[in-house]
Write a protein that binds this ligand. Structure first.
Ligand code: PBG
Length: 325
């Protein structure tokens, strides 16, 4: 049996396994999504995401410093306006004094030099109907009218000094419209993190609580059908042609095949978003003692990296960064 192939030789000792590991997981590859809510004095825990908070302006700054000290590569900020400040157009999204833009300025001021500050560029948190765009007379999401609002929102966000704008609305032409708007206003250095393939997922459930969403119904007329794979390549090609600086696949864990497809074809860095429902599932199973929390978190992140993500948005970014450094 001298000729028998023995793969176990390379698994025998921790030193050998370390030597031959193909995929890395490092703090700089992790991005922390954060929520800042208007009118909060104290951070408020999100019940379906234990350990994740809607931040006050104060606690946002503290959590950002903690994340950056732990070495995370970036921060992605979402805004939660007061219910009474929502309207059909999501006006607060483009108001320099809206909660998201105030939060972005705070992040840029606090940690701007030491990490990458990213803004969610989407209307859903700010509209009273909860959709990612504005509606036409028959109640459908109006693609091109929404693009005009996205450009206004993008300009206000660029003015805060945010580095990257996360276009998460899945409107056709959003990357191109925002790129043109930014360039025309002289914001040529503001980049676009394009949600290229974003699926209509049940796993966004806890996020809807996190941002106090007003949505009734679903987003299937603009987010992708989970049945479709080829469509993700079409979306990727469009976002690249329109000027995306980084592209994203979302959710991550139920879409690892899509992530691999995108990573194999993209000419720019690829991100993946480990979303709220993925966080909630692992957290709940761990709380029940059904899985080893830390091992499950690290394995899930490694799997997303192995599938092709250069960077991963994860609500565990700070904690995982501590473990990894
Ligand atoms: C919408 C948006 C969503 C998430 C990020 N941006 C939810 C949705 O599309 O309904 C989900 C993030 C998560 O679930 O963690 N702009």
């Amino acid at each position: 049996m001298t000729g028998m192939d023995r793969p176990r030789r390379l698994r025998r000792t921790p030193a050998m396994r370390r030597l031959v590991a193909e995929t890395t997981l490092q703090p700089r590859q992790l991005i922390l999504p954060m929520f800042v809510a208007d009118g909060l004095d104290e951070p408020r825990e999100i019940s379906s995401m234990p350990g994740v908070y809607q931040h006050s302006m104060d606690s946002l700054r503290k959590a950002a410093v903690e994340a950056v000290t732990a070495g995370v590569g970036g921060l992605m900020l979402f805004g939660v306006p007061r219910q009474e400040d929502k309207d059909a157009d999501g006006s607060q999204a483009s108001d320099p004094d809206g909660i998201l833009n105030r939060g972005l300025r705070a992040l840029v001021q606090e940690v701007g030099g030491s990490t990458v500050v990213m803004a969610d560029t989407c209307l859903d948190e700010f509209t009273d109907h909860g959709h990612c765009g504005v509606l036409n007379d028959s109640g459908a999401v109006d693609n091109d009218a929404t693009l005009r609002r996205y450009v206004e929102m993008a300009l206000a966000q660029a003015d805060t000094g945010a580095d990257l704008l996360g276009t998460s609305g899945m409107m056709d032409g959003q990357v191109g419209a925002i790129r043109a708007g930014l360039d025309a206003a002289g914001h040529t250095d503001t980049g676009i993190l394009a949600y290229a393939a974003k699926y209509a997922s049940a796993f966004y459930g806890p996020f809807r609580e996190a941002v106090a969403s007003s949505l009734e119904g679903d987003r299937r007329s603009y987010q992708q059908d989970p049945a479709n794979r080829r469509e993700a390549i079409r979306e990727l090609a469009l976002d690249l042609a329109e000027g995306a600086d980084i592209v994203m696949v979302k959710p991550a864990m139920s879409y690892l095949d899509i992530l691999r497809d995108v990573a194999d074809r993209s000419t720019v860095p690829v991100a993946a978003y480990q979303i709220s429902g993925e966080y909630a599932m692992i957290t709940a199973a761990a709380q029940n003692g059904w899985i080893d929390r830390r091992a499950a978190i690290l394995e899930s992140l490694m799997g997303i990296r192995r599938a092709g993500a250069d960077m991963v948005l994860t609500y565990w970014a700070t904690e995982a960064a501590h473990w990894l450094s």
